[in-house]
Design a protein around this ligand. Structure first.
Ligand SMILES: CCCCCCCCCCC/C=C/C(=O)SCCNC(=O)CCNC(=O)[C@H](O)C(C)(C)COP(=O)(O)OP(=O)(O)OC[C@H]1O[C@@H](n2cnc3c(N)ncnc32)[C@H](O)[C@@H]1OP(=O)(O)O
Ligand SMILES: Cc1cc2nc3c(=O)[nH]c(=O)nc-3n(C[C@H](O)[C@H](O)[C@H](O)COP(=O)(O)OP(=O)(O)OC[C@H]3O[C@@H](n4cnc5c(N)ncnc54)[C@H](O)[C@@H]3O)c2cc1C
Length: 661
C-alpha cells in the first residue's frame, strides 16, 4: 500500500503519526506472523479475477444479484479449500467475505450456524455422519428456528415433530401460517439441508423444542422434496444476498436419528431421555452471540476507516476567517463523532477476546458435566451482544452522517455497512429480550448479595457496593470503572426495589416484573457498560507494547471511559459520588483526549489494515482519491451508458408537448 500515490492530506496525516502502525496491526492480529498470513491469504483471494464484480452489484436485479453471490460463494469456497490444503491455514472467511460480497454470503448460515449446531448438538455418531459432508459442501445447510409467529419466545415455536415409534420416524408439520419458518439465511434458494428447531411430541405429550437435521431439497435436481414448501422472503433493509427464506412441512418424515441427540434423546420405543440441562439446546445461539461481539469490532472499524480517511481529505468551511478551509477532521465535533468509533472497535475486540475465553472454559466444563458457570456466561453474552450491537449500529450511523451527503451514496459503502451492522441488534436475540434475560440474572445476584452469598466474578461488584456504597469518587480510569459499577449496582437495586414495591401493592411477580422492566433493561445496560469498561481498561493496561503505542491505546481506552461517563452523567450524579465539578474535569479531559488522538487518527484506522477491496468505499480508500472515485463510480451507472434515455421520447417529450397545447 505504501507505494500508492496518495492524496497529500493523507500523506501528511501519516507522517504525523506518533506510533508504529505496523506494531498495532500485529497487536490486533495476534503477532507479526499472523499479519503476514492474513495478508497473504487476502492477497490470494483478491487477486482472483472471478471474485471481482465488473458492474457494481447494486445495479443488478434481485435475481442476478443472488446468482452472482452464489457464484462468488462457490469460487471463494474452492479457493479457500485449496489455500487451506496448501498452507495449512484456517482463514477468517467473514473478513474477506465483506470484500467478496460487500453484503452477506448466501453461505453465512452454513458456516456460522449449520456446521456449528451439528458440532454442538450432535452425538459423535451424528457428527461422523453429517460433519464431513457439511464441511466439504456435499450438503449445504442453514439454521431454521424463527417462525412467522415467533422469534424471541422460542418455547412458543409451533413447528411440530411428532414421533412415530412404528416407523421410528419423526413427522414434521406446520399446520398454521404462523408456524412457517421465516428468516433463515440461505433457505430461500441455496440450501438443501437445515437444522429445524421444532416442538417434540411423543404420544400426544410435548417435550419442548429440539433440533432436527432435515434434508429439504433433492441433491441432484434441487427441487423441494414432497411435503416441503420453501421459498425466499424478499428484499430487506440489508442482507440482500443472504437469501433468507421461509419453510413449511406437511407430514414430512425423517428418521429418528435425525434429531440431534447430544443433549436429550428419543429412544426407539419413544422413551424420552432428558439432557443434563434443557437450555443446552440453545447452545448455538450462545456461541453466535459471543461471535457477534467480535463482528461489532470489525463493522465499527470498517465505518471508522471510511469516515476518518474521508474527513482527512475533505475540506469545508473555516475555523478562522482569514485561513484556508480546513480538513473537516479538525472540527472537534467531527473528532467527537469519529474517535469513539475507533475506541469502540478496540473495546469490542478486547471484550470479545475475554468473552471467548469464558465461552471456551464453560464448554470445557460442560464436557465434564459441570454447568456452574453456564448461567453467568448466558447472562454476560446476552447483555454484551445487545449493547455492543446497538452501539456498533449507532457508531456506524454516526460515521455515515459524519460524511455528509457523500455518506448517503451507496458507493461510500456506509449504507451497506449500516444495513448488516444494524441487523445484529435484532438477530440472534432481540436487544430488549436479551437485556431482560441478563436482568433475571442480576436480580438473582442482587438477592444473593443481600443474603451475603458469594457472587460470580462478573457481578461481585454488587456485594462490594452493598458493603460500601459511599466510596469517594476518583477521576482516574480505575475510579471511572468503579463509578460504572456503582451506577449498575444502584440501578439493579432500584429495579429490584420497584419489583418489591409492586408486589407489596398486590401485583404478582410477573406483573411486577413487567412494570419494572424499563428499569430492569436499563440496569442490564449499565451492567454491560461496566463490563465493557472494566475489561477493556484491564486488557489495555496489561498489553505489552512500545511506550508510544501504549500511550495511544490508553488514550483510546480512556476516551471510551470518559465518553460514556459524560453520556450517562445523569446516572453518575444519581448513583455515584461524582460531583458537578468532577464532571467539568471530565469534560476537559475529554477535550484533551480528542486533541491527543487527532494526529494519530489516520494511523489508527490504517492499523485496522482493511484493504480497499474489503472497504469497497469511494470515500475510504487508502489513497484518498475521493472525488475521482465518486465520479468513476457514478459513471458506471447504466443511465450514463446512453446519452438519451428512452423515457425521454416515451414520457417526457409527450408531457412537454401536451403542456404547449
Ligand atoms: C463464532 C462465529 C460467529 C459468527 C457469526 C455468524 C453469523 C451468523 C448469522 C446469524 C443470522 C441470524 C440467526 C438467528 O437469528 S437464529 C435465531 C436466534 N434466535 C434467538 O436468539 C431467540 C432469542 N430467544 C431466546 O434465546 C429464548 O427464547 C430466551 C433466552 C429469550 C428465553 O428462553 P426461555 O423462554 O426458554 O427461557 P426463560 O426466559 O424461561 O428462562 C429459563 C431459564 O433458562 C435460562 N436460559 C435461557 N437461555 C439460556 C441459554 N442459552 N443458556 C443457558 N441458560 C439459558 C434463563 O436464564 C433462565 O434461567 P433462570 O430460570 O435461572 O432465570
Ligand atoms: C437479518 C436477519 C437474519 C436472520 N436470520 C435468521 C436465521 O438465519 N435463522 C433464524 O432462525 N432466525 C433468523 N432471524 C430471526 C431473528 O432471530 C429474530 O427476528 C429475532 O430473534 C427477533 O425475534 P422476533 O422477530 O420474533 O421479534 P419480536 O420478539 O416479535 O420483537 C418485536 C418487539 O417485541 C418486543 N418483545 C418481544 N418479547 C418481549 C419480551 N419478552 N419482553 C419485552 N419485549 C419483548 C421486542 O423487544 C421488540 O421490540 C434473522 C433476523 C434478521 C433480521
Amino acid at each position: 500500500m505504501a507505494n500508492v500515490k496518495c492524496n497529500p492530506d493523507l500523506v501528511r496525516e501519516r507522517a504525523k503519526c506518533s506510533f508504529d502502525v505496523n506494531e498495532l496491526i500485529h497487536l490486533i492480529d495476534g503477532g507479526e506472523n499472523a499479519t503476514k498470513e492474513k495478508r497473504h491469504f487476502e492477497e490470494t483471494i483478491f487477486s482472483v479475477k472471478e471474485l471481482q464484480d465488473a458492474v457494481p452489484e447494486e445495479y443488478l436485479s434481485h435475481k442476478d444479484r443472488y446468482e452472482n453471490a452464489v457464484r462468488k460463494a462457490t469460487i471463494l469456497r474452492d479457493v479457500c479449500r485449496e489455500y487451506m490444503k496448501k498452507y495449512n491455514y484456517k482463514p477468517n472467511r467473514f473478513r474477506v467475505g465483506h470484500g467478496v460480497f460487500k453484503d452477506v454470503s448466501p453461505f453465512l448460515l452454513h458456516d456460522g450456524m449449520f456446521v456449528a449446531t451439528i458440532i454442538g448438538q450432535g452425538t459423535p455418531e451424528q457428527q461422523a455422519e453429517w460433519l464431513p459432508k457439511a464441511e466439504n459442501m456435499q450438503i449445504i445447510g442453514t439454521y431454521a428456528q424463527t417462525e412467522l409467529g415467533h422469534g424471541s419466545f422460542i418455547r412458543g415455536l409451533e413447528t411440530r415433530a411428532t414421533y412415530d415409534p412404528k416407523t421410528e420416524e419423526f413427522i414434521l408439520n406446520n399446520a398454521t401460517l404462523s408456524s412457517f419458518k421465516w428468516w433463515p439465511g440461505g433457505l430461500g434458494s441455496t440450501v438443501n439441508h437445515c437444522i429445524v428447531v421444532a416442538q417434540l411430541f411423543i404420544n400426544g405429550k410435548s417435550y419442548g423444542i429440539q433440533p432436527f437435521i432435515v434434508q429439504i431439497r433433492d441433491l441432484n435436481t434441487h427441487k423441494p422434496l414432497p411435503g416441503v414448501k420453501v421459498g425466499e422472503i424478499g428484499p430487506k433493509m440489508g442482507f440482500q444476498t443472504a437469501n433468507n427464506g421461509f419453510l413449511g412441512f406437511e407430514n414430512f418424515r425423517i428418521p429418528r436419528m435425525n434429531m440431534l441427540m447430544k443433549n436429550a434423546q428419543v429412544l426407539k420405543d419413544g422413551t424420552f431421555v432428558k439432557g443434563m440441562n434443557e437450555k443446552l439446546t440453545y447452545g448455538t445461539m450462545v456461541m453466535v452471540r459471543v461471535g457477534i461481539v467480535g463482528d461489532c469490532s470489525l463493522n465499527t472499524s470498517l465505518a471508522a476507516t471510511i469516515a476518518v480517511r474521508y474527513s482527512a481529505v475533505r475540506h469545508q468551511s473555516k475555523i478562522k476567517a482569514k485561513e484556508p478551509e480546513v480538513q473537516i477532521l479538525d472540527y472537534v465535533t467531527q473528532q467527537h463523532k469519529l474517535f469513539i468509533a475507533i475506541a469502540s472497535s478496540h473495546v469490542f475486540r478486547n471484550v470479545y477476546s475475554w468473552l471467548s475465553k469464558s465461552y471456551l472454559n464453560v464448554m470445557k466444563d460442560l464436557a465434564q458435566g459441570k454447568q456452574d458457570h453456564l448461567p453467568e456466561l448466558h447472562a454476560t453474552a446476552c447483555c454484551l451482544k445487545a449493547v455492543c450491537s446497538r452501539d456498533a449500529g449507532s457508531v456506524v450511523e454516526e460515521c455515515r452522517l459524519a460524511c455528509g451527503g457523500h455518506g448517503y451514496m451507496t458507493s461510500s459503502n456506509l449504507p451497506l455497512v449500516y444495513g448488516f451492522t444494524i441487523a445484529t441488534v435484532t438477530y440472534e436475540g432481540e436487544q430488549t429480550v436479551l437485556l431482560l434475560q441478563t436482568a433475571r440474572y442480576l436480580v438473582k445476584a442482587w438477592l444473593a448479595a443481600l443474603q451475603g452469598k458469594v457472587l460470580a466474578p462478573s457481578v461481585s461488584y454488587l456485594s462490594d457496593w452493598l458493603k460500601n456504597d459511599n466510596v469517594r469518587w476518583q477521576n482516574t480510569p480505575e475510579g471511572i470503572v468503579k463509578g460504572f459499577q456503582h451506577v449498575a449496582a444502584g440501578k439493579v437495586k432500584a429495579a429490584y426495589d420497584t419489583i418489591q414495591k409492586y408486589i407489596k401493592l398486590g401485583k404478582d411477580y410477573e406483573d411486577a416484573w413487567n412494570l419494572a422492566s424499563v428499569q430492569l433493561m436499563k440496569a442490564s445496560e449499565a451492567h454491560s457498560r461496566s463490563i465493557l469498561c472494566e475489561v477493556s481498561w484491564g486488557e489495555v493496561i496489561r498489553t505489552s507494547a512500545s511506550p508510544n503505542l501504549l500511550q495511544v491505546l490508553k488514550q483510546l481506552a480512556q476516551l471510551y471511559l470518559v465518553y460514556w461517563t459524560l453520556e450517562t452523567s445523569g446516572d453518575f450524579l444519581v448513583y455515584s459520588n461524582i460531583s458537578k465539578d468532577d464532571i467539568a474535569i471530565l469534560r476537559e479531559k475529554y477535550e484533551e483526549l480528542l486533541a491527543a488522538i487527532r494526529p494519530n487518527a489516520v494511523g489508527l484506522v490504517d492499523a485496522f489494515d482493511l484493504r480497499d477491496e474489503i472497504l469497497h468505499s469511494t470515500l475510504g480508500s487508502y489513497d484518498g482519491r475521493v472525488y475521482e472515485r465518486l465520479m468513476e463510480e457514478a459513471l458506471k451507472s447504466p443511465l450514463n451508458q446512453e446519452s438519451v434515455n428512452a423515457s425521454f421520447h416515451k414520457y417526457l417529450k409527450p408531457l412537454m408537448e401536451k403542456a404547449k397545447l
